[in-house]
Write a protein that binds this ligand. Structure first.
Ligand code: IYR
Length: 230
């Protein structure tokens, strides 16, 4: 007997899920090649001005928005900015916050930890990268009658979506950087976002400049990040 293509549970439709069952040899190979490819991803701060088509950005955001989320609320808005005047405005506002952070808010220990990354208060990539994607989390939903109700696991949900966005950017042969000017409230003001949205992460997206340099960082070994209980 063939399995039905859909059934009802609690009065809600469930459709059959199908994925190819691969051989053990294939899953070993695929998991290894995915890791090898992902391990090439780097946070890049030196962007080229070369434009990236809007269609690419749309596909990247659609990919991010496939992420799992609390009660499937998809509590996110991605603002994609290529408008040069807006990018300049964002750079200026971000650098004001960064200056204050580097000069007064960050501890000496924190600044020392950042030395290998060679970051500072200047954020030219905010104007140079052809696109800025700003992920806003929706802490609650605004109802049509003016009411509100909370979303669930909002940080987990948007964090996963941003991880998938970063992978999608890498897959497209582009680069990004997880930039978190702190505090980030100025982004909601500049972009006129509604009261239920908070800026979560700013990702410049584009081609890397040539040559671009990244710090010679090593990733932790598997045994430093894993405990098996077999
Ligand atoms: N937000 C600042 C500082 C900064 C903090 C951490 I933790 C980093 O990994 C990198 C930078 C900045 O963007 O420079």
């Amino acid at each position: 007997m063939e399995a039905p293509s859909s059934i009802y549970i609690n009065g809600h439709k469930h459709v059959s899920y199908y994925s190819d069952i691969l051989s053990e040899k294939e899953i070993v190979k695929k998991s290894k090649s995915f890791y090898d490819w992902l391990d090439k991803r780097r946070s890049v701060r030196d962007f080229s001005e070369e434009p990236v088509p809007k269609e690419v950005i749309e596909n990247l955001i659609k990919s991010a928005s496939t992420a799992p989320s609390g009660a499937h609320k998809q509590p996110w808005t991605f603002c994609a900015i290529s408008n040069p005047a807006l990018k300049t405005k964002i750079r200026k506002a971000a650098e004001i916050e960064e200056k204050e952070s580097y000069e007064n808010r960050m501890s000496e220990r924190w600044k020392k930890d950042l030395e290998p990354l060679a970051t500072d208060m200047n954020k030219p990539f905010l104007e140079i990268a052809p696109w800025l994607i700003i992920a806003f989390k929706k802490v609650y939903e605004l109802e049509e009658n003016g009411g509100k109700h909370n979303n669930y696991y909002v940080n987990e949900s948007i964090g996963i979506a941003c991880g998938m966005l970063i992978s999608a950017i890498h897959n497209a042969g582009l680069v990004t950087l997880t930039h978190t000017p702190s505090p980030m409230n100025f982004l909601a003001d500049i972009l006129n976002r509604p009261s239920n949205e908070r800026a979560f992460l700013l990702l410049p997206v584009g081609y890397p400049k040539f040559p671009a340099y990244v710090p010679d960082l090593k990733r932790k070994n598997l045994d430093e990040v894993t405990v098996f209980y077999e």
